[in-house]
Design a binder for this molecule. Sequence first.
Ligand code: NAD
Length: 507
Amino acid sequence: MTTNPTTEVVRGDSSTSLVAEGEFPPLTHFIDGAFADSTTSSAPAAGSASTTLINPADGTTIAEVVEGTVADVDSAVVAARRALTAWRESTPKDRADILYKIADRIEDNADVLIRLESLNAGKPTVVSEDDISMAADTFRFSAGAGRAFTEMGSGDYVEDHTSIVLREPVGVVGVVVPWNYPLLMAAWKIGPILATGNTLVLKPSEQTPLTTLKLVELIADLLPAGVLNIVTGLGPEVGARLSSHPDIDLVALTGSVGSGKAVATSAGDTLKRVHLELGGKAPVIIFDDADLQAAAEGIRNAGYWNAGQECGAGTRVLVHSSVAEEFTKLLAEQVSTYVVGDPRGGDQVELGPMISQAHFERVTSFLERAIAEGATPVVGGRALEGPGFFVAPTVLADVAPGSEASQHEIFGPVVTIETFETEDEALERANEVPYGLAASVWTKDSARSLDIPRQLDFGTVWVNSHLVLAAEVPWGGFKGSGYGRDLSIYALNDFSRTKHVQINHAR
Ligand code: NAD
């Protein structure tokens, strides 16, 4: 153990920046194959409204980014619509060739993308590395999957009538993504959307647009103008226009439940398709026969990855009362070894800050209320000293069933522990949250490992692991976590449509 995570933040050399001035992308929209104006790293053009990007690790200003308007979205949609005909008529192979080149560009420029992501989101290098590597893999998977994506064979299902099922793009897609995995969440949408022949307009989070803008700068020469457009700006303006725009065919949002409801409501007027990847509150059910050491090690990673700012994080432990004390001790040991810090603190840093002052206050106020209600902070339980928005990795025991900390997404480095007595009670309590994104079950009993996942109302259920993802398998939720699937062939399904063509060949 190098530091005590409940007291120390590793800082590194705070006089240096992770990213040199010349490495920043233009900080404005990318529409119809070009950046909107000649703005570069320091400030947007005179007269534009802008959002200030703050380094979450020290609270300093990084840059100003142009805030888009309804008119900017409308221009981007015109460009995307114009580009659609040629793009949708290109072959899956042609599109795949480009997607493979995008993956290569990401990997060739991984170093700068990793540093930009760490600067903008406060991520430790290990987290940014994982994000960028999976972003490249998402493009590779989408390229291959787009070529292998087939429909049922043609056939005569009515006498003298041959049916053919065509798979077509949906059209122009509007995409809104969050700040917790800025480039990765963009890649999860851009890959399958382009592979299936759609064009798109994407809004990054106003807090973390840097890697998305860098990506389009890096790949601008690979894509025809208008196929991929980026409009920076705020949710209620740019995001709302994407969801209400009459010439957008589908809107996909990854974000909070509140934003998902706003998007679905606004999309209703034009009856456009909606694809929602929303929040989560993943239960972790630990039975009395589980390998407790493996569970503690698994939750060390799955509960705190990206400082717990992770929709699938294993945050809500439900452990059998007979092993609760032992498990709590093992988890506390694991979490006490975390090294918290600024990404400039080097490779030893595993856990970074909250994304913003506002989010830091949200997480710490959750902790204060939970502790006031009787929860015991076995590790952490409070803020760490600034600058920056750091919260100590926390294990909260004695959390009351039904309490706020047990039911709501905290989205910080906080794992709560509750106990149960029977299997039925574990299932009922696991399912009682309004979310349905992910869950895990820890047991050595083979029947249990098959039977319990079927009874859990979550889009992903891991057995004896948590937060292990792959591009081939679907990601998405039930209930308050939304609908639609990212990754896998199911994402290609969601971003395309079937058309039945029937030919009467009677003579
Ligand atoms: P958020 O909802 O505040 O913002 C997400 C995006 O939506 C941002 O780009 C924002 O500008 C935009 N937005 C806000 N209001 C909008 C509106 N009215 N119309 C259209 N767009 C709007 O979420 P966040 O704080 O950036 O991200 C954290 C949330 O995202 C958490 O709840 C997390 O669980 C969720 N998330 C889910 C997944 C998943 O795969 N299910 C993945 C990552 C994050």
